[in-house]
Design a protein around this ligand. Structure first.
Ligand code: SIN
Length: 202
């Protein structure tokens, strides 16, 4: 089964007549907003946790070697901090294409950093999509990410830029930061290992 969700998203017409819509971004939409937007504000949604459980065949991996990117999974009481972008419905076509590897548009209540609320839109790759990889130990996810790359660049860049953006937002995301820690530690060990080899062989 193909994970391509473009057609399904096209039939989600709820916001089509709206002049403006708040789009909640929690992954690459935060650090790579390649679409026009009218405003952006830190915001959160409740009841969802960010997880590196979605496969990426088109951006940070390939069909043969998918990368790992984030989606949201239901978790009662959890607050997911991200960035909300005010967009016009014309950008949905671009977003649907960008998020086509398993992500569906959902309506969601959003809370902005000043406490204001509204109904917005979020792309979520649910666990029944064909590209869903599911849970794995964080160290294993870090190793997977270290070895993957796709047309949008290395999977590690996605992780590191997301972690940096979350730190700037003041988000506490143990899952993302733990994977970042494993990745950085492994790359330091690699450099140290190579260092020892080159000393030994000189
Ligand atoms: C998002 O950023 O909101 C969706 C997931 C992604 O594109 O990384």
């Amino acid at each position: 089964m193909s994970p391509d969700t473009t057609a399904q998203n096209k039939s989600m017409t709820h916001f089509d007549q709206h002049q403006e819509v708040w789009l909640f971004g929690y992954g690459s939409l935060i650090f790579r907003p390649d679409f026009p937007f009218l405003a952006r504000r830190p915001a959160c949604i409740t009841g969802w946790a960010r997880r590196f459980w979605q496969g990426s065949h088109d951006h940070r991996g390939t069909l043969e070697r998918p990368g790992r990117v984030v989606t949201l999974v239901p978790q009662a009481g959890t607050r997911c901090l991200g960035m909300a972008f005010l967009v016009t419905p014309e950008v949905f076509a671009h977003l649907d294409f960008r998020e086509k590897n398993g992500y569906l548009r959902f309506r969601t209540p959003l809370t902005f950093d000043d406490g204001d609320t509204c109904e917005g839109l979020v792309y979520i790759a649910t666990e029944d999509n064909a590209a869903f990889l599911g849970p794995a130990p964080e160290a294993a996810i870090a190793r997977h990410i270290a070895s993957a790359a796709g047309p949008s660049g290395p999977n590690s860049e996605y992780l590191l830029r997301l972690a940096e953006a979350l730190r700037e937002l003041g988000a506490e995301d143990e899952h993302v930061f733990a994977i970042e820690h494993h990745l950085l530690r492994a790359s330091t060990e690699d450099v140290d290992g190579r260092g020892k080899d080159s000393v030994a062989s000189s």
